[in-house]
Write a protein that binds this ligand. Structure first.
Ligand SMILES: O=C(O)CCC(=O)C(=O)O
Length: 134
């Protein structure tokens, strides 16, 4: 499980973490996947292809805003991008398998959040294998 807490107000488009609800059901066969392999598998899916372009050259502000609220599916798995917003003391709890990333911040101040991961100790060696840690 991963905890995200707000230390200040973070409104929509204020840099809150973006999570893809439902993504914990993808690639969930109980084996570890190296990050490079994971990216290759995701890019093959139309839902992710646009999202994984770091700075789309022709993207209008509306296109970017639409991306942040995208819904779709990969096979039978329904997906929806969710932007975490909240105020001081609010927390979101998330399945650690959910794909997520920092969101763009259009506000005039930095977003103030913290995160903490609660990992199963019996699975830490698989995380280490996936990232090539000794
Ligand atoms: O910066 C963010 O909002 C995302 C942070 C993140 O991906 C993480 O700590 O796991």
């Amino acid at each position: 499980m991963q905890l995200f807490a707000f230390l200040d107000v973070v409104d929509a488009h204020g840099g809150g973490t973006l999570a893809i609800a439902g993504s914990h059901r993808l690639l969930n066969e109980g084996r570890h996947i190296r990050p490079s392999e994971f990216g290759r598998l995701l890019r093959a899916e139309p839902f992710f292809a646009d999202l994984l372009v770091a700075d789309p050259p022709m993207a209008s502000p509306q296109h970017r805003a639409d991306l942040l609220h995208r819904t779709g599916a990969v096979g039978s798995v329904q997906l929806q991008i969710v932007e975490m917003t909240g105020g001081p003391g609010d927390v979101w709890l998330m399945d650690l398998r959910v794909l997520h990333a920092g969101g763009p911040n259009a506000a005039d101040r930095p977003r103030m959040m913290l995160t903490f991961r609660y990992e199963r100790s019996d699975l830490l060696h698989k995380v280490a294998d996936a990232f090539g840690w000794s």
